[in-house]
Design a protein around this ligand. Sequence first.
Ligand code: SF4
Ligand code: SF4
Length: 140
Amino acid sequence: MSVSKKVQLEEIFQCTRCGYCCQGETTVSLDQDDQQRMVEELGLSREEVSDRYWRITDGIVQMKVIDGHCIFYDEQSGCSVHRGRPWRCGQWPLHPSILSDENNFITIGNSCPGINQDIGYEEFCVKLRLLLAQQGKLIC
Ligand code: SF4
Ligand code: SF4
């Protein structure tokens, strides 16, 4: 009899809310679904959201950056648009590229203290693959 093992997200990642991933002079880009979700979450018109919160360069929509961090980042409470955040924000730091190259695991682990590097690369990948199989699109 085969026993399927359930993996919990916390076994490989627990966000410390350090805010590091919301810092920098650029942000992730927003696809059409992201834009729509953010507009709905903020309850404003698309034009208002665009004027207040987006930086659009050559058709690429990103979030504005203020004081070196995403405009939605709040030092006290973290992401102020959490439910309407871009999917790439939700995916971070469990990017599938980790599975194809240990260097990506190390690089991402070095920039995200929530990654459990203690279990080692091989075991991390086993658990991440199981999580992806369990949940499909993995949102952290
Ligand atoms: S860098 Fe990692 S631990 Fe820090 S807030 Fe981002 S996801 Fe959480
Ligand atoms: S949308 Fe939220 S999670 Fe994404 S970079 Fe901005 S503050 Fe961080």
